[in-house]
Design a protein around this ligand. Sequence first.
Ligand SMILES: C[S@@+](CC[C@H](N)C(=O)[O-])C[C@H]1O[C@@H](n2cnc3c(N)ncnc32)[C@H](O)[C@@H]1O
Length: 307
Amino acid sequence: MNFGLLRKLREHFLSETPGLRADYWENAEQLKEYDQTFAARISWKWDAVLRELKELGWTPGPGKPAVLDWGCGTGIASRHFLRDFPAPLFSELRFWDRSRLAREFTKNQLTNLGGSTPVHEGAERSDPSLPLILLLSHVLGELEHRLGEELMSLVSQAQTVIWVEPGTPALSRRLIEVRENLRGLFQVWAPCPHQARCGLLALENDRHWCHHFAEPPSEVFQSADWTKFSREMEIDLRSLPVSYLVLDRRPLAPRAARLIGRPRSYKGYALALRCAESGVHEEKYGKAEQPELIKTFKRNRFHIDLP
Ligand SMILES: C[S@@+](CC[C@H](N)C(=O)[O-])C[C@H]1O[C@@H](n2cnc3c(N)ncnc32)[C@H](O)[C@@H]1O
């Protein structure tokens, strides 16, 4: 691992406005280093979100949709999406990034995975009547506050939008804004258990944000490379906060409530932030009354439905 190069990238991502300056990808080595480290961590978030979608019964649908990975970087989002929903389900795999180097990297990766499904650069579908599945991963921090016209036009054409971002307060708030603007056009499949206004917009919830924790694969904790990465980059591998949003035109059954963030454990009870159509409230769950739920809290699952 080239830590000098990775540190430079990380400083850039943590800066106030990472993407507002021009293309920052400098060479293929940088993309490869990113792909094996930061992008791998992002892939664990995608795996968690895709697992939840499968639990909810989401499928790409019968009409052989086109898949588009916009702001693809090294194409980690589409590559992990295709592990769960393989290429033959789709009419074409598309990718777009403003960086030519990123496009080249992704093209090589997707061509290996695509089999007989065509792989194309560019955001415009070959046939606009095909349903569109739009994958967005870690792009929000690089966009102007008002999302660009190009992206909004793509979102408005999509059958499905799967959008995964870091679980920071600022990005979660931006994703909530996107949700509020789009919930009339789409059904919100996840993370929300309802279609009403986001309860985190209530004044009393302004210190909370919508985030969940993905888990790295267990082998990461036995890997000398990942241990070194964690030490050198000062990144805690166990903590993988995610904010995400899945929108689809197709309906789904409402759920009662789900957990936001991590519950806080006390003697005899836990306090958990409960999201439901009635709002987001901190609830007390007793260890004696809800032993199974308390065990689930301890397992740190990504998606926990609450009574
Ligand atoms: C943090 S990287 C994330 C890459 C990849 N989606 C991932 O999850 O690993 C953000 C990507 O968005 C691209 N990007 C930023 N602004 C863009 C724009 N206006 N149009 C297209 N791509 C853009 C950057 O070049 C970069 O590859």
